[in-house]
Design a protein around this ligand. Structure first.
Ligand code: PNS
Length: 167
């Protein structure tokens, strides 16, 4: 039986540099829970280094993986997250949480976003255990030193990472 959806649109924001199977797990679970899901790809994250991939390529990586879902769109943005959510009529922001180390950062983001847009609720999905160690930065580090990244990111992403990063 298909579970009933909560209704409405949820935004799933992130840098996705690049998308991992952990992100894709959260996207697929959100697609089951909400009518519409918009994956928001930050063009140039403020607190992070220059991205390895352009926003266009990061969007394309995700689009290739979510094509089978009828209710997921992928869009780049370079505004405040809450403005992006408002622009798309989203009342919910969904984020994945792995370990406690994610909590502090997300807590701060939550307070900032809540102050600017109290009408938008942030909701958190716990990472599945098999992905709780997985991060884009970890995958990049492995790729840089020729480590095995199979099973961590989709194959086309792994190929491009190795082209970009292998020393
Ligand atoms: O950790 P990530 O994946 O790079 O997170 C990016 C994002 C946009 C989800 C996070 O920086 C956030 O929640 N920012 C809220 C403040 C904001 O709107 N900043 C402008 C975009 S960087």
């Amino acid at each position: 039986m298909t579970p009933e959806k909560n209704g409405g649109t949820a935004v799933l924001p992130g840098s996705y540099d690049p998308v991992t199977f952990g992100h894709l797990d959260i996207i697929s679970r959100a697609a089951n829970a909400f009518d519409n899901v918009i994956v928001g790809v930050v063009n140039q994250p403020v607190r992070k280094q220059q991205t390895v991939f352009s926003a266009e390529e990061r969007v394309a990586f995700i689009e290739a993986e979510v094509a089978e879902y009828g209710n997921v769109q992928v869009k780049p943005f370079d505004t405040l997250l809450v403005d992006f959510a408002r622009e798309h009529g989203a009342k919910v922001i969904v984020k994945g949480l792995r370990a406690i180390s994610d909590f502090e950062y997300e807590f701060e983001m939550n307070q900032l976003n809540r102050k600017m847009a109290p009408e938008i609720e942030s909701m958190y999905m716990m990472a599945a255990p098999q992905f709780s160690f997985l991060s884009s930065s970890g995958v990049k580090e492995l790729a840089m030193f020729g480590g095995d990244i199979e099973g961590l990111v989709p194959d086309p992403v792994a190929v491009r990472l190795q082209e970009e990063l292998k020393r």
